[in-house]
Ligand binder design. Sequence first.
Ligand code: BDR
Ligand code: CA
Length: 322
Amino acid sequence: MEKIILDCDPGHDDAIAILLAAGNPNIDLLGITTVSGNHNVENTTRNALSVCTAYGIKVPVAKGSPGPLLIDQVLAIEIHGETGLDGPELPPASFELDKRHAVDFIIDTVMAHEPKTVTLVPVGPYTNIALAVRKEPRIVSRVKRVVAMGGSYTRGNITPAAEFNIYGDPEAADVVFRSKWDVTMVGLDLTHQALATTALQDRVRAVGGPIAKFILDIWEFIATTHGGLLQIEYPAVHDACCVAAMIDPTVFTTEKADIRVELAGRWTKGMTVCNFEKMGGMHHFGGTASEQLDFRHSVAMKLDHAKFCDLIVDALERLAKG
Ligand code: BDR
Ligand code: CA
């Protein structure tokens, strides 16, 4: 059983990540923390609570940072709509938020569990995670690892170079990648393989009931925004890929890399620069001795789409049965 904290900004694919985590018996979802990203933190928190209410998910939900560390807020309204989760209908939240700020929830939870048992799964901008590292640096050696949606080693989606979660708070991402823990970067190169194909949509339709309608409504809405802006054939189910890897590590392959976040580039801010170990690595990044290569992190490479679909459908079937 893998213990995780899901730090998210629901968000259509974030909502699917929540359902996958709640619907799989091998995941112990310790809590959900929210952050501003796809929409402001009021909306992402409301959406998280509503998804939990709709599908009987009883875990603590803690509200987090209302904005990035340094830059002005960047929202993804053109992808996720005016509510952050346009399209499907959701009930109002029927339970209370955890009293703690997300940052304190993360720190308390990690420190309360045995060392190396809790994995952080950030799937929005990494603001809460960076703040938690700064407030309680001991979490870095305490967590098992970090499995994060964000970045890309090829192209971006909000600029040619940058992916949204990194671009939304590049300084926070820099803290996360510089910290001495193991990060698996689940970037666009991987998540653009995690497409809600017609075959997957048919399998979800066969599950039936309100949960199937919810997921199909999500994909129907996202198809209009993704299709226009990103030119991909089907909706990408980005954030659920991180949870899928926690359930079954063979759902994608990884390669070791040294990952840096571009903070200063005029055209490349928020880019994740990946120096792959298997390619021999460059000697250094052109900097000082403190910038020696460190291949501690991993980059997600090749998705097993069939396994991924099986995990999604299995979780929905379990949740549909109640
Ligand atoms: C990421 O950005 C958000 O819009 C999605 O929820 C995902 O986390 C993809 O770039
Ligand atoms: Ca997200």
